[in-house]
Design a protein around this ligand. Structure first.
Ligand SMILES: *Cc1c(COP(=O)(O)O)cnc(C)c1O
Length: 399
């Protein structure tokens, strides 16, 4: 394994508890482990989060859901359908059998989806299939639209024996924006939908909305309180769905506000590689593809066994005109020099002291965060973390 990810179970557990306490009493915190737990390894993170107290885990599709159920079983977590696994993005006909057999719970928003499930439940299940209904309140991505479309779906769903609307949810588009006008509008539409749902005589057990930033945005304390009141109003339990914050990152709050928990979260991932080459170069020597970096003095370089094929962004490359990224070697910054290549990256270890072949280097972790990578790559920490293509290990570190 030339590059690998170490996961701090302590930090993951700590972040979960922090979010749980920030969400407040009575609000459940669903732990999102989609996209291989944001690059951290779902098979490692799901059992840790279940042990930390997560009643619900969230995945993208049925393939991820089956893998998470198997990982929980392998970790000895085999209570009947616990923790629950919410499959959040897309249910097709061929997914229904696995959904039932593995005790997964789909998010639905179209009548066909519920018809397929009812069919499959009659064939493979022994009870009505619980589903969570997504309401589109302004993303135009997933969800049924409040108004006639929702009313028609409810009128139909009410009499179905094969499916049971256990939860109702929506997703906010701008939860990291302080006092967001868009969030206010989405809240109104969700309230309208809840009125229609109660009016149709349906009694969901769960009402959920909001992501990491909803918990982290102090102006959104109002939003969590609003969610709690809305859920309690229909006799349901409120829940938020947190992803990135579990792993130690969160977007900065936009507008007039500060993050509530971002600064207390602890990054969970340490992405490491090893030194596979060492050399000295002279002033005037160029480094890497196209020679975009020329040494202005004698330098000592270390070759790292990691590159853009592993998800190390090429935007971290460094020329003489533009500073790039860095790795941590022996606890010190070693600047990337020249272009990041497909499987190799060169760093400057001139000032780092004794470095030997086989030494470890931290590509992302303490001293070089996903936010650092994101800034250089012109993106967000989400994309950096999900893009890490490495083996996964759990490794409990101090701190
Ligand atoms: C990914 C996702 C989340 C988690 O979002 P974060 O910003 O990572 O906390 C919540 N809800 C849904 C529906 C999602 O798809």
């Amino acid at each position: 394994m030339k590059s690998w990810v170490e996961v701090s179970e302590e930090r993951l557990t700590g972040n979960y508890r922090l979010l749980q306490s920030a969400a407040g009493g009575g609000v459940a915190v669903l732990a999102v482990v989609k996209a291989n737990a944001y690059g951290h390894g779902a098979a490692i993170c799901a059992p840790v989060l279940a042990r930390a107290g997560a009643e619900w885990l969230g995945v993208t599709d049925v393939t991820e859901g089956v893998a998470v159920r198997e990982a929980l079983a392998a970790a000895g977590i085999v209570h009947e359908r616990q923790p629950r696994i919410l499959v959040m993005s897309g249910l097709l006909r061929e997914d229904c059998e696995d959904m039932i057999r593995c005790g997964l719970t789909p998010v639905v928003w179209q009548r066909e989806q519920m018809e397929w499930l009812a069919d499959a439940a009659a064939r493979y299940g022994d009870e009505a299939m619980p589903v969570h209904l997504e309401v589109d309140t302004g993303m135009a991505r997933q969800g049924v639209t409040p108004g006639p479309e929702l009313d028609a779906l409810l009128a139909w769903a009410k009499d179905q024996a094969g499916v049971r609307i256990e939860g109702v949810m929506t997703h906010f588009a701008s939860s990291e924006v302080a006092a967001s006008v868009q969030t206010a509008m989405q809240r109104k539409r969700f309230e309208q939908a809840m009125t229609a749902i109660a009016g149709a005589g349906l009694h969901p057990e769960w009402v959920h909305a909001g992501n990491s930033s909803t918990v982290d945005n102090p102006s959104n304390e109002g939003n969590v309180a609003w969610l709690r009141a809305l859920a309690e109003g229909v006799g349901a339990k409120p829940m938020v769905r947190t992803g990135i914050a579990l792993y130690g990152y969160c977007l900065p709050i936009e507008g007039n506000g500060r993050n509530a928990v971002r600064q207390t979260l602890q990054p969970v991932m340490t992405w490491k590689t090893r030194v596979i080459g060492l050399r000295e170069i002279e002033a005037g020597d160029t480094v890497g593809y196209n020679g975009i970096f020329t040494a202005d003095r004698k330098m000592r370089l270390a070759l790292l066994s990691v590159g853009y094929a592993d998800g190390l962004r090429r935007e971290l490359s460094a020329s003489n005109a533009r500073q790039g990224g860095w790795a941590m070697v022996k606890g010190q910054r070693a600047a990337i020099v020249g272009r990041v290549s497909m499987n190799l990256t060169i760093v400057d270890v001139t000032g780092v002291g004794e470095v030997a072949l086989g030494d470890e280097a931290v590509v992302l972790g303490d001293g070089v965060t996903a936010d650092d990578h994101a800034r250089l790559a012109g993106t967000i920490a989400y994309e950096i973390l999900c893009g890490v293509q490495a083996g996964h290990r759990c490794g409990v570190r101090a701190g």
